[in-house]
Design a binder for this molecule. Structure first.
Ligand SMILES: NC(=O)c1ccc[n+]([C@@H]2O[C@H](COP(=O)([O-])OP(=O)(O)OC[C@H]3O[C@@H](n4cnc5c(N)ncnc54)[C@H](OP(=O)(O)O)[C@@H]3O)[C@@H](O)[C@H]2O)c1
Length: 254
């Protein structure tokens, strides 16, 4: 990704910033000058991404957090502010899912999915928004999915949690616009990461999925970065409560 925006002096938190789409977004933000706090559970992946950013001359902090734990979410906000003094951008990218029919999904599985994909987004966004308000505003981008508006088998709790996240995005946008905090979402279609590997690792399934995507290929994490950076930029100053689907035309094809 070429440097299209200038986020010098901006501080960004990227949840799930050590892997997959979150890593690509973190690298993109850092390339544009942002100081990036990478927040997830896997320390090794976080350290590796932070090193990559630093080797390219950027600034990054690896922060281990389990987003199922409210105290750890609070600590993420505190550490970001004590290290960098502010929060300008929050990318709520971390998520989890299980590939199980509803009949086999356990109650704690449902809770983990909603806890990570929805409740943690509320708690972290609220914590970050309190800081953004003091500093004159900010940007929150929630990573949703085309599955928020399209049903399917085997991932019902995930779809439902992302549909809830879409409404949370709109409500946060409405409530926080007066504080100059823009809240938007980016909804990828199927993207080549470990998360979705069970769906595309079999060549026949990949062919079937690709056949439904007008652009004729499954997305790479880098394909998701540009729209996120745009929503973080001044060019998107008057956009709030919106979702940009980045799906190669998949939703349009139904
Ligand atoms: N890949 C796709 O096809 C696709 C399609 C549409 C939307 N998306 C969305 O894109 C986003 C990123 O997914 P991905 O494909 O890049 O998958 P991924 O590589 O598995 O990323 C998920 C991230 O969430 C983090 N995470 C999960 N539970 C956490 C917890 N309790 N606390 C802290 N971090 C946690 C993981 O980090 P740790 O394991 O280190 O904690 C990981 O970095 C998700 O919101 C997903 O819904 C993906």
């Amino acid at each position: 990704m070429s440097k299209k925006y200038d986020f010098t002096n901006k501080v960004a938190i990227v949840t799930g910033g050590g892997k997959g789409i979150g890593k690509a977004i973190a690298l993109g933000l850092a390339e544009c000058g942002a100081k990036v706090v990478l927040a997830a559970r896997d320390k090794e992946a976080l350290d590796q991404t932070a090193d990559e950013i630093k080797q390219k001359g950027g600034e990054a902090l690896a922060h281990v957090v389990d987003l199922m734990d409210t105290a750890q979410i609070d600590r993420l906000v505190e550490t970001t502010v004590s290290t960098y003094g502010r929060i300008d951008i929050l990318i709520n990218n971390a998520a989890r899912s299980y590939l199980k029919p509803l009949m086999d999904l356990r109650e704690d599985g449902w809770d983990k999915i909603f806890g990570t994909n929805c409740k943690a987004v509320f708690l972290l966004s609220r914590g970050a928004a309190r800081i953004m308000k003091e500093k004159g505003g900010g940007r929150i981008i929630n990573i949703t999915t085309i599955g928020a508006v399209r049903g399917g088998t085997g991932m019902a709790a995930y779809h439902a949690s992302k549909a809830a996240l879409s409404m949370l995005t709109k409500c946060m946008a409405v409530e926080w616009a007066f504080m100059n905090i823009n809240v938007n979402a980016v909804g990828p279609g199927i993207t080549k990461t470990a998360f979705s590997q069970p769906l595309w690792q079999n060549p026949e399934m990949e062919k079937m999925i690709t056949g439904k995507i007008p652009k004729g290929k499954i997305a790479e994490p880098a394909d998701i970065v540009g729209p996120v950076l745009f929503l973080c930029s001044e060019d998107a100053d008057y956009i709030t409560g919106e979702t940009i689907y980045v799906d190669g035309g998949a939703l349009a094809n139904y």
